[in-house]
Design a protein around this ligand. Sequence first.
Ligand SMILES: Nc1ncnc2c1ncn2[C@@H]1O[C@H](COP(=O)(O)OP(=O)(O)OP(=O)(O)O)[C@@H](O)[C@H]1O
Length: 253
Amino acid sequence: MIEIKNIYKSFENKDVLKNISKVFNQGETNLIIGRSGSGKTVLLKSIVGLHEVDKGQILYDNRDFTSMGQKLRKKLRQEMGMVFQGGALFDSLTVEENVRFPLDMFSELTSLEKQKQVDFCLDRVNITDANKLYPSEISGGMQKRVAIARSIVLNPKYLFCDEPNSGLDPETSMVIDELIHSITVDLKITTIINTHDMNSVMEIGDNILFISDGEMCWEGNRKEILYSENQKLQEFVFANKQYQRIRDDKINQ
Ligand SMILES: Nc1ncnc2c1ncn2[C@@H]1O[C@H](COP(=O)(O)OP(=O)(O)OP(=O)(O)O)[C@@H](O)[C@H]1O
């Protein structure tokens, strides 16, 4: 479980995050949603410590990340997996070398144990027969799956994904969403995903935080989102007419 309490963050004179509080649950896909520029990436980067917050607290299973020294933070970072935009695979490494990379950096496992863990993670994301290929030789969807395999290779307690579906077609996006969701449930991870993809919201939104202009505007789950009376949320959700129709159909049933 990750808890953020009264988070503030500004750059120069621009207040980007204003008093955000939220509990992100273990074993659930927690989504941060909002329009482009609303502060989602800054919030995610603040939670993982890539930005220092100006005020507020970030607690990882009650461990206060905000007041932690660098040594403890470094240790805690090893419990985090990250899938950032673009996948960020190393072009010069093969698929299996990419997945093994965090193990080479941070684990004391033998080479046989590493190979077993790499094979387990690639199998978990349904990648077979591509171990020796380079990222340029596989599709965008496969690259995403390799990035996910790499993000779970150290058995993280926490998983962060920034727009995991960017650049993917709707069908592949759904595969990636389902994959992240099932990994989250099976491995009991606390997963936080940034997205502005309403399809993802409706498929895997267990616990949703909607931010608007850096402020916390609404929280709930995918069942509640279509029926919320919150006006800013409605403008965001029903920008896609398909969801207006789904709601109207359900109301008229
Ligand atoms: N390092 C920075 N320095 C100054 N301003 C920044 C910095 N990073 C982000 N911002 C500003 O913070 C605001 C929120 O940006 P952020 O990237 O978090 O939005 P977002 O909701 O993730 O958008 P998108 O969905 O387009 O990725 C924007 O106005 C952006 O210009």
